[in-house]
Design a protein around this ligand. Structure first.
Ligand SMILES: Cc1cc2nc3c(=O)[nH]c(=O)nc-3n(C[C@H](O)[C@H](O)[C@H](O)COP(=O)(O)O)c2cc1C
Length: 342
């Protein structure tokens, strides 16, 4: 794979956004994204959320480091201060990201205390100000990831108003996690499962805002479901947990099924081997094997030998001198277990 950045125009990004991998803290780090990029050349990838205060006040520019081969990648920012977000967006543009996304969906306590994430669903005027400030600061698309509402809000009422405000502020693309967040009483994990999904409301938003590129998110477990949502008129589907836990089933078949393009790898074994040069580079720079391979544990999910692969890789990878040969050995175990099962 080329190490040159993929120069993407806005129409290319809109096309990539037909299928995206959700921003996920501690999961979609640079190693995960590099791995996902071996599986799909076209899907849009998102960083973990990076807070604007960490970048602007904390000077934590290392949080922006990534490999150009990961592109197209969008940077997700957390924050609610328009001027600070504008500065952070500029830093993201300088670092090479193709889109800046504002997190209005994350319900965690830590995030609530900083007034960002899902609590911003209550402050559409402030979100619009943030979007406008970021859009004025960069030449990239500024997008928003939101919920359908929070707590006792009526999504039928607040979601159209929220969208109208951000559209007026210059946002042309949004991802809607199709459930409420309950800010009191539910953990972030419960907030990804318990509030019911309302896909119909998101579909109605597409009718109400025909020019807004709308991606739906939440509970999509199989690529076929994503294809059906696209066929039903939505512009994009964002997948989180399923893409992480079953990366081959979702991303390995996405280029053929969603983008009408040749898949980069013929199968999951080849995808594992495609990671070896990257792993070698990472190790020679002082990194640990586990930092990369922890994202690859689900590569054979649902296939014979998946457990042997997962076990061999997870048990061996944290050793200080674990190297790429462990990946080859785990592939051997997978093949043996597959033969035993046959
Ligand atoms: C481990 C984990 C971390 C997450 N971190 C973020 C985050 O940083 N920003 C964000 O907007 N959403 C975050 N989310 C929510 C996902 O982006 C997504 O909206 C949610 O998982 C629902 O999609 P899914 O059902 O396809 O997983 C996180 C989800 C998980 C599982």
């Amino acid at each position: 794979m080329s190490a040159e950045p993929v120069k993407q125009g806005i129409s290319d990004i809109r096309r990539s956004a037909r299928l995206s991998v959700a921003p996920m803290m501690d999961w979609t780090d640079r190693h995960c994204r590099y791995f996902h990029r071996q599986l799909s050349r076209h899907a849009l990838l998102y960083t973990e959320m990076v807070t604007a205060p960490a970048l602007v006040r904390g000077g934590a520019v290392h949080l922006l480091e990534h490999d150009p081969a990961e592109h197209p990648v969008a940077l997700q920012l957390g924050g609610s201060d328009p001027a600070e977000l504008a500065k952070a967006a500029r830093m993201g543009q300088a670092a090479g990201y193709v889109e800046i996304n504002l997190n209005c969906g994350c319900p965690s306590d830590r995030v609530q205390s900083g007034t960002f994430g899902a609590v911003l669903m209550r402050q559409p005027a402030l979100v619009a100000e943030c979007v406008r400030a970021m859009q004025d600061a960069v030449d990239l698309p500024v997008t928003v990831k939101c919920r359908i509402g929070v707590d006792d809000q009526d999504p039928e009422e607040v979601l159209p108003e929220f969208l109208a405000r951000i559209v007026a502020a210059g946002c042309e693309r949004v991802t809607i996690h199709a459930r409420k967040a309950w800010l009191q009483g539910l953990s972030p994990k419960e907030n990804r499962d318990i509030p019911p999904l309302d896909y119909d409301l998101v579909r109605r938003m597409k009718q109400l805002f025909p020019n807004l590129h709308i991606s739906i998110n939440g509970g999509v477990a199989r690529l076929e479901e994503a294809a059906a949502l696209l066929d039903g008129g939505l512009d994009g589907v964002m997948i989180g947990r399923a893409a992480y836990h079953q990366p081959w089933d979702i991303l390995g078949t996405a280029d053929a099924r969603i983008f009408g393009a040749a898949p980069p790898q013929p199968g999951p074994e080849a995808a594992a081997r495609a990671m070896l040069p990257y792993i070698e580079r990472h190790l020679s720079g002082g990194g640990r094997l586990h930092q990369v391979t922890r994202h690859m544990l689900g590569l054979f999910a649902g296939r014979p030998g998946a457990r042997a692969w997962r076990r061999h890789l997870s048990e061996g990878a944290s050793g200080a001198d674990a190297g790429p040969e462990l990946v080859e050995a785990a592939l051997e175990r997978l093949a043996e277990a597959g033969r035993d099962a046959a």
